[in-house]
Every structure is written in C-alpha cells, then in structure tokens.
Design a protein around this ligand. Structure first.
Ligand code: G6P
Ligand code: ZN
Length: 566
C-alpha cells in the first residue's frame, strides 16, 4: 500500500515530564488535540527508533486502543522497523517486560497508570521501557522531557487502523506489525520458573481444605489468572473473581491492599479460603491474604527468599545471587540473607533501583513494602509471579509435612519462630498541605543536624514501653554498579532496640502531598509464640505513639488519623 509521511504542526505542552512510572495524567488531558501525539513523538525523538523493534501493550484501561493506533501512525512515520503488539493492545506490565526480553526488542511502550482508577474521568499513562525490559532510566526520561519542551512538529502516516483483535503479521506503511497472544508467553515463563506439577497435585488433592481465590480487580491480570489457576492448575472457575478486564476497572480502585481489595478479604473470611491473592491494574503489584492471615509485603519477600532455593525450580537451578529491598521495607529479608550468607542490598523506593543489580548478576529476589515483589526473571515487579511463588512454596511445605495442613498462617508462624519477626506497618497521610509536609521534613532535618533527638528516651502512655533514640539520619544511596547517587530518600529514626520509624514523601501522589510513616519493631524468636504471633497494630502500638509524638506529625499535618493503614 502506498503511504505518505506527513508533518503536523504543534506546540509544546507544559508538564510532560515522565517519572520512572511514565507520564500519568487524567484521560481528559491526554485527549487534548496533539497532547498524546507530542509525547509519543518526543519518545521517538529521544530514542531514535529507526530500524528498531518495539513492543506495545497496555493494561486495557480507557484510551488504550486509541493510543495504540496513535503510536502506529507516529512510529511508522519515524522509521520503526517492527511493532510487536499484545492482542487488543493488552499486555500486563510484567508480560510486556518479558516480551521485550524474550523477543530481543529494543524497547517498549506501556500504556498504563498502574493502580490508579481508570475511565474517561480518571487516569491514563504512557511509559517507555528499554531493552532490558525495565523502565527507562532517568537519563532517557529527562531526554524525552527536553524534547517535549521544544517540539514543533510530529510525523504521521495516516492509514486505516490495524485490527488489534486479530493475531498474526501485517504491515502499517513501512513498518511490520505482529499481533501476539497477550497471555501465552507469560504463562510459559511461569511454567519454566515454578513447579506446576507439584502445585497442581497439591491444590487438587487438598481441594477440600485448601481453597484458592484470585482477584483480578477488573485489571489486566484476569486472563492471566484464568489461564494459570483454571486452565493450567485445574482449579474451578469460582477460584477467580473480577477476572474480566474493564476499561474503568468496574469503577474500583485496582490496588491490592486491605482497603481496596476488601471484596477479596471478605470472601476469604466468609468462605474459609486458605489462599487468597490479588493483583493491581497493570499486574505488577500483589497482595497475599489467607483466612485470618494478611502477609505484609515485607514478610512476603522474606519468605519467598527463604524457601526459593529449595522449592522453586528456577532458583534451584540458577541459585540465588543476592537479595534486596527498598529502604522503608522491613528488615525481615535481611535476617534471611544473613542466615544464608547472601548479600542484601537496601535501595531507595522505586523498582528501577533493582535493575542495575540484576543486570550485574548480583540480585535474584527483591521486594518493596508497597506491594511489589519480584525477581530477575524480568525487570519489573510481578504480581502473578509472587502469587504463584507462594503457591509453589506452600505446595512444597505441605509435601515436607504431609500430616498437617500448612497454610499461610502456619508458614508465617514457622518463619517467625526461626528468624524472629519485624512487625511492620505503614501510615499514609494523603493530600495533606505541602507546607505542613515541608514543616515535618524541616523539623526532622533540624534534629538530624543538631543531633537533638539522639539519646532521648520516650515512654508510650498506653503500653509503658520505653524507646530510646539511637540516631536520626537521611537515607542517601550510591548505586554500586554505576555509582550514581540519590540523596534524601527518607528520614530514619532508629531506636536502641533496633526499632525504627521512617518518614518519606510519596513520589506518586497527584494532589497536594502524601506523607508516609513506616514503623518497624523487631521481636527476636526467643520471645516465643505469644509475642511473635500478635496482631500487627498491637505489636506496634507503643512505637507508633512515640513516633507520632516525637515527630509532631499530627500538629504539622493537622491530621489526627492516617488516611490508609497498610
Ligand atoms: C511505584 C513504583 C514502586 C514504588 C512506589 C512508591 O508504584 O513502581 O516501585 O515503590 O511507586 O510510591 P510512593 O507513592 O511511595 O512514592
Ligand atoms: Zn502497577
């Protein structure tokens, strides 16, 4: 078919600065004339796509299909050699990372705003990933931003839209297009990593006492969950819910935590489900929740790290080359690393910080308190991977102890009995005034420079526990591979007994400021089961009281209570 490259005149839009999670804005903003086109052209101006192969896939939210066609028009005019596109424009974020790596593509464009609500009045996003399958580093996102500030034209080839629902090969002008199945490569990846026969045997032979429930939250993972839990593992249809992806996620907030995944929590409790799990809009986050047992993400990654080399074929074969967590994540995984003689890296918040370590072969399993867990099988966190990892470990643990049922609760208790337990909770103060948040940060900085909190002792009024401050510091990080430095990544108050409180401003909030307070208290294994198996909030009560008091958080933020507790 003949085609013509047209140049369209345009003007820069303000604020097209992508973070590592891409450019995230309201749909209405993306729908403005030239807005999406400008940003897509800026990506191509920054990465020169001539002769390259790029992957396109999104979480299926509102405005995804239109944007795929926009990328085809502009990409073909800019000389892209080939686009590999998920059927119907759909790929979960982990699946896209896998496709980029597996087919040796030069990069990919992911259409997602992760766990943010979708629909015409909510959010959309465009994110660029590089050839290792991970989010573009800051050097690339800054370059894209620079291009958005000076753009004056974009190029298009205008041809009839490609039918995204038809798998196979076609062309768009000079560009080859391949529409692939969104799910099958990913399922194959997990089948290569985990012991599917063992899991299948376990869930089927113990189906009366061990029920499984996966909640897709109407995000992208529904079809992936169905393919794995129903088709591959032979579980009944009732073991997946909210599994049909919807452009507005059914009006919900597709973020798997105790607040937003309440439908899962309620059904698990009501129907005595041993194993419940959920994933977010684009499939990179996860929550593990069994009857009476919520697994904090910090514990989740520690337990996976503890069992992986024994239970999971991928790690049995390849070994474990280092562990890692983000700084605010609890130190539970550190205790596992110590016992196993593995290096354990502590990086700033943000999955991008794990990528260099993985590429250098120094990191196999890592996680963040923000419901992100993953490994070096791809370069994004991976919700469904974490869920199947848990099932694999439970299947293995039950094979080892055939006379009892080891569920989530029992596995947690066994873990604490060996390693002790870091009680962990996060308090979020959303949409507070930026001035109030700044005052809190400034006050802590003053304590840091004057050492005015160190050595002071504080008593909790309700529990009588005493906490003595050891040190207050700012977390700075030097990447051990490229030696780049990231400063002021959170303020840490450390106490004599190893407890700590971290204060950090969210980097993802969209209105005002969001302050996060992360609280952690370690109880050694010798404390015994009554102490170790306490409810989290009870275990942390005294420390939280002291943290709020010494930081004066309530006064600065003018908030009595947090918006969300996880
Ligand atoms: C995104 C990133 C995560 C990070 C989180 C932090 O979800 O993918 O890697 O942990 O943001 O969000 P926050 O709001 O705490 O800055
Ligand atoms: Zn996500």
């Amino acid at each position: 078919m003949s085609y013509q490259v047209k140049e369209i005149q345009t003007k820069p839009f303000e604020g097209q600065k992508p973070g590592t999670s891409g450019l995230r804005k309201r749909v209405k903003i993306f729908q403005q004339e030239h807005y999406t086109e400008n940003f897509v052209q800026a990506i191509f101006d920054a990465v020169d796509p001539k002769g390259k192969t790029l992957v396109i896939g999104g979480d299926g939210r509102y405005y995804c299909p239109e944007t795929v066609q926009t990328i085809l028009k502009i990409g073909s005019a800019n000389g892209v050699a080939k686009f590999i596109i998920g059927k119907d424009g759909i790929l979960s974020t982990p699946a896209a990372s896998n496709i980029i790596r597996k087919y040796k593509a030069d990069g990919g464009i992911l259409l997602t705003a992760s766990h943010n609500p979708g629909g015409p009045n909510n959010d959309f996003g465009i994110k660029y990933n590089v050839s290792n399958g991970g989010p573009a580093p800051e050097s690339v996102t800054n370059k894209i931003y620079e291009k958005t500030k000076s753009i004056s034209t974009y190029k298009v080839i205008e041809l009839p839209p490609i039918d995204l629902g038809k798998k196979g090969f076609s062309t768009y002008g000079p560009t080859n297009v391949e529409i692939i199945d969104s799910v099958s490569d990913y399922v194959q990846l997990l089948e290569d990593i985990f012991d599917f026969p063992l899991i299948k045997n376990f869930v089927q032979s113990r189906s009366n006492e061990f029920k499984v429930l996966f909640d897709g939250m109407h995000g992208v993972t529904g079809p992936y969950g169905h393919a794995i839990f129903v088709d591959a593992l032979g579980l009944p249809e009732s073991s997946v819910q909210n599994a049909i992806p919807l452009p507005d996620f059914g009006g919900g907030h597709p973020d798997p935590n105790l607040t937003y995944a309440h439908e899962l929590v309620e059904r698990v409790e009501r129907d005595n489900i041993q194993f419940g799990a959920a994933s977010d809009g684009d499939g990179d986050r996860n929550m593990i929740y069994g009857k009476g047992a919520f697994v904090t993400p910090s514990d989740s990654v520690a337990i996976i790290a503890d069992w992986a080399a024994e239970a999971i074929p991928y790690f049995k074969k390849g070994g474990i080359h280092g562990l890692a967590r983000s700084m605010p994540t609890s130190a539970q995984i550190d205790y596992v690393a110590k016992k196993k003689g593995l290096e354990c890296h502590v990086v700033p918040t943000g999955w991008k910080f794990f990528g260099n370590l993985m590429d250098a072969g120094r990191l196999s399993i890592c996680g963040e308190e923000s419901f992100g867990t993953g490994s070096d099988h791809i370069r994004e966190k991976d919700g469904v991977w974490a869920i199947v990892a848990w099932l694999n470990i439970l299947a293995y643990a039950n094979q080892q102890s055939p006379n009892e049922l080891v569920g989530i609760k029992q596995l947690l208790e066994k873990h604490y009995a060996v390693y002790g337990r870091s009680f962990f909770s996060r308090y979020d103060y959303e949409e507070v005034s930026s001035e109030g948040a700044q005052k809190l940060v400034d006050a802590l900085n003053e304590h840091i420079s004057a050492s005015s909190l160190a050595k002071t002792t504080h008593t909790s009024k309700s529990t009588g526990q005493k906490f003595t401050v050891a040190e207050v510091s700012n977390f700075d990080y030097t990447d051990p591979i490229d030696h780049s430095v990231s400063k002021n990544q959170g303020q840490v108050v450390r106490f004599d007994d190893g407890s700590r409180v971290v204060f950090r401003l969210s980097g993802t909030g969209s209105q005002g400021a969001t302050v996060r307070m992360y609280v952690e208290r370690y109880v050694p294994a010798s404390a015994g089961p009554a102490e170790l198996n306490k409810d989290t909030q009870e275990g942390l009560k005294g420390l939280i009281e002291v943290a709020l008091e010494i930081s004066k958080l309530r006064e600065f933020l003018e908030r009595e209570k947090p918006t969300v507790i996880t």
